[in-house]
Design a protein around this ligand. Structure first.
Ligand SMILES: [Zn+2]
Length: 187
């Protein structure tokens, strides 16, 4: 077995510990941290689904909504909404205990709509240049990061990095390569 000539140092997205990643895709230091992240994502998706369901049931023509509906629509907590009511910033009706209704129109003027989390799966707009001066050759990448050529080609395919061939050399944009290998250190 040849010894690896590189190491990938990452910060675990759950516990924050620094760990040596086995692949460029590793995000968690251990199975437990990965499971915690999965559960957290599932519970957030579940919460979001419940909120969307609640929102879809509010008739467009009805202005007075419940606090739970306001929480879902505006993505703020009940405390914030009650504070607005107490300050007299939004008109409300009290139909009984836990039956406060508040004006959606008034809230719209006070609060921005709920922000959806940024979709991490959506690729960012590409800003690379394929001019040789802005590129590494495959050999340069292998040398700089300690991978062999075939591993570099594998990553290029996997992460859809654009390449350009000039003569015998294949070029890939430095910006893209530095981005995917940002945690990699040559040993
Ligand atoms: Zn961890």
């Amino acid at each position: 077995m040849p010894t690896a000539k590189y190491e990938i140092k990452r910060k675990c997205e759950t516990c924050g510990a620094t760990f040596l990643a086995r692949t460029l895709d590793s995000r968690y230091c251990c199975k437990k941290c990965s499971e915690i992240a999965t559960n957290k994502r599932r519970s957030e998706e579940h919460k979001r689904a419940l909120m969307d369901q609640l929102i879809s049931k509010v008739p467009d023509g009805r202005d007075y909504i419940s606090i739970a509906e306001a929480e879902a629509i505006f993505g703020v907590c009940a405390k914030t909404i009650r504070r607005l009511i107490q300050k007299g910033d939004v008109p409300s009706i009290n139909l009984g205990t836990r039956l406060t209704r508040i004006s959606k129109t008034a809230l719209l003027e006070k609060l921005p709509l709920r922000q959806e989390p940024i979709d991490r799966s959506r690729p960012l707009p590409k800003t690379y240049s394929l001019e040789p001066g802005d590129c590494y050759t495959i050999g340069e990448i292998a040398e700089k990061f300690g991978f062999n050529d075939s591993t570099v080609y594998m990553h290029i395919r996997k992460y859809s990095i654009p390449t350009r061939q000039i003569g015998n050399y294949v070029y890939a944009p430095k910006s893209e390569i530095d981005r995917i290998y940002k945690d990699v250190t040559r040993l």
